[in-house]
Write a protein that binds this ligand. Structure first.
Ligand SMILES: Nc1ncnc2c1ncn2[C@@H]1O[C@H](COP(=O)(O)OP(=O)(O)OP(=O)(O)O)[C@@H](O)[C@H]1O
Length: 250
């Protein structure tokens, strides 16, 4: 579904992505790990055509280089950026309706009711404006809006950033519920939740892919993984096949 070849991103003084290759198949959940400044957000922004790059990015076998945002949302490439970007003067429900607009004429994959079922806390605040939501509530709205937009590939930039553990658990429970029916690329510093959710992972360091493979294999190489992530150790919990979402065999 997504094929990235020899991707390079340069900012004025920084070579942020250095020759990255990546592929994601339909219905896969893939995580992208790495320390601060490794280039994770730059890679997601490249896919969404938000930064200039060299190399090629293909979605469903066609290049999406230089395609405008309206085209990307119409083909189902939906990006939930770091910071969520909930519209502050629109209500929760109106924010969700923006997702329906982004979907264009493609059929819905998730209804408003599906979103309220995934995040029951939002049900009683349907009319509350975005500026009056907590960080966790904003993350739920941002995810819900992306689901209403019928994502064929959902790009998530640090969905757990700055959230209390109980809210992180709610967000990851929702992601594991949608994992079997939605293709996801999730950027995370929260290694254990990301590896438990994803079937495969890539580790970026200084703009290069330094490790990639099945989540269980990355977990087995915990010490190496921790060294790349700039940590002395990581808690990768009991990540195992039984916790992985259903996969489409390709
Ligand atoms: N707009 C920009 N202009 C100049 N340099 C940038 C820009 N955006 C990112 N960089 C630099 O590119 C490198 C990669 O940044 P990026 O945000 O992609 O990393 P990251 O892995 O997402 O980091 P973090 O986990 O801290 O968000 C960093 O050195 C960063 O300072």
């Amino acid at each position: 579904m997504l094929e990235i070849s020899n991707l390079n991103v340069h900012y004025t003084a920084t070579h942020a992505i250095r020759g990255v290759d990546m592929s994601i198949a339909e219905n896969e959940v893939v995580c992208l790990l790495g320390p601060n400044g490794a280039g994770k957000s730059s890679l997601l922004r490249s896919i969404s055509q938000l930064v200039p790059y060299e190399g090629t990015i293909e979605f469903d076998g066609e290049t999406i280089d230089n395609r405008p945002p309206a085209f990307l949302s119409r083909v189902g490439l939906i990006h939930v950026p770091e910071g969520r970007h909930v519209f502050p003067t629109l209500s929760v429900h109106e924010n969700l309706q923006i997702g329906a607009h982004a979907r264009g004429s493609r059929p819905a994959l998730y209804s408003y009711d599906d979103v309220y079922d995934l995040f029951p806390a939002l049900t009683r605040m349907r009319k509350r404006q975005g500026f009056a939501l907590s960080g966790g509530e904003q993350q739920m709205v941002a995810l819900g809006r992306a689901l209403v937009a019928a994502p064929r590939l959902l790009l998530l930039d640090e969905p757990s950033l700055g959230l209390a553990p109980s809210v992180v658990a709610t967000v990851y429970r929702a992601l594991s519920e949608i994992a079997g029916r939605t293709t996801i690329l999730v950027v995370e510093q929260n290694t254990s939740d990301a590896l438990a959710l994803a079937r495969r992972g890539y580790v970026l360091a200084e703009g290069r892919v330094v490790m990639n493979g099945e989540s269980s294999a990355l977990t087995d190489r915990k010490a190496v993984l921790a060294s790349y992530l700039g940590q002395t150790d990581i808690d990768v919990g009991d990540v195992g096949e039984d916790r992985l979402p259903p996969m489409t065999e390709k």
